[in-house]
Design a protein around this ligand. Sequence first.
Ligand SMILES: Nc1nc2c(ncn2[C@@H]2O[C@H](COP(=O)(O)OP(=O)(O)OP(=O)(O)O)[C@@H](O)[C@H]2O)c(=O)[nH]1
Ligand SMILES: [K+]
Ligand SMILES: [Mg+2]
Length: 514
Amino acid sequence: IVHSPIRPHPCFLLVPASEPPFPHLQTPDRGDAVWNVRWALCTRRSSGALAPGSGATIFALSSGQGRCGVAVIRTSGPASGHALRILTAPRDLPPARHASLRLLSDPRSGEPLDRALVLWFPGPKSFTGEDCVEFHVHGGPAVVSGVLQALGSVPGLRPAEAGEFTRRAFAHGKLNLTEVEGLADLIHAETEAQRRQALRQLDGELGHLCRGWAETLTKALAHVEAYIDFGEDDNLEEGVLEQAGIEVRALEVALGAHLRDARRGQRLRSGAHVVVTGPPNAGKSSLVNLLSRKPVSIVSPEPGTTRDVLETPVDLAGFPVLLSDTAGLREGVGPVEQEGVRRARERLEQADLILAMLDASDLTSPSSCNFLATVVASVGAQSPSDSSQRVLLVLNKSDLLSTEGPGPGPDMPPHLLLSCVTGEGLDGLLEALRKELAAVCGDPSTGPPLLTRARHQYHLQGCLDALGHYKQSKDLALAAEALRVARGHLTRLTGGGGTEEILDIIFRDFCVGK
Ligand SMILES: Nc1nc2c(ncn2[C@@H]2O[C@H](COP(=O)(O)OP(=O)(O)OP(=O)(O)O)[C@@H](O)[C@H]2O)c(=O)[nH]1
Ligand SMILES: [K+]
Ligand SMILES: [Mg+2]
């Protein structure tokens, strides 16, 4: 099988020249690659096995590429059971959802391919909701390609496209859209916090929350529609409109709270911006190298060594971070360094968290005092709410304190002592970073489920705006429409639709007409 990674390029099925399953086709010359591909395309058309459409059964290597201990090959679709039977002939289907040891052989030549564990998942109790099979084979490339070729020779089977198993799971209602996103994030998670957040989303927490909110809106809509239809009717319970108003206001508060947090989940997905700043020679580059455990920046005793902004992705205490080293802040220098200072200030404005660094043995120098008075004071003065920048003051070169200076006085703002040379104070700094990053990114092990994508934020904001229209509209029909728009945003967030449930609720919640 040659599987093109470029979508939507088709996958070519190469059938061994020795065993043409279609006698009316001419056998290609061995080793003639182009011929082989053309010939395979002919057989593909003749067999109809690769016809597009969800009726097809798909197969793919689901574990990573390359040599490994065990490789997992999956199939999904109606011909899965047939394929399993053919590859494990003469044995019959194993019991459902039990690992069974089977000899796999090529259905065309009867040649043994591997002794493997096979799992049979009859639909709908499977990942995709369709009949699925898993082959746990030995992970050598020859075994894997042998089994893939054998599967490709079974009529009705074709190689899966990227993401097709998950798409089928979504189509069969096994996962909603936010869960699909969580699954994608889980596969790509690089840090612990990212993994936790993705797992929570895959578990459906965000989807669950949205469904709860959508239900509230459906109920409010049912109240309003009942009032429109049966307002004159004595049998309608009193205060239905007031009840809808109360529910909408409570929802507005909840949505507002989540939207205020909106950037946090996205930061956790794509990394928080942490910028190291300070006067020249404070040891900023030394700290960046220490935190990233690699020589990202040049360190030297010469002030003004770093000119450009140097950024490096790091895992800080389990959080994904884009760490930037910047030029030391000072005035009255040459044009190149001045440009470096300009870039440093620009980067500082984009920071989620600022690591402000000073030389602890040089706190009384003009550059230190100036830095404390301008940068640290101005950032620290902002309210420490989640939307504003956060700052950690680090006093470096603590190893020089006893010998060279008196150390920080009592009026120094809250700070951490560190020595990049001896490593003293690094644990304390990492712990402080963990706390700050948990505030910047949201702590995925505790807080409410986070909005991890701009799409989530868009729909929640759309919902909130529509609720605003609801409150403003004097006409009941327009109010009902605003609720419908609001609810549409929530259902689209989880990838759903449908309006039928409203009627159900009208008749379940009310005793209209008794
Ligand atoms: N004693 C001691 N020296 C340190 C420490 N950290 C850094 N240094 C030294 O301080 C000097 C400056 O370090 P850098 O990391 O280049 O400082 P910087 O803030 O990046 O300097 P610029 O890029 O020029 O602004 C180097 O000679 C380092 O070896 C420390 O904790 N203790
Ligand atoms: K330096
Ligand atoms: Mg530097």
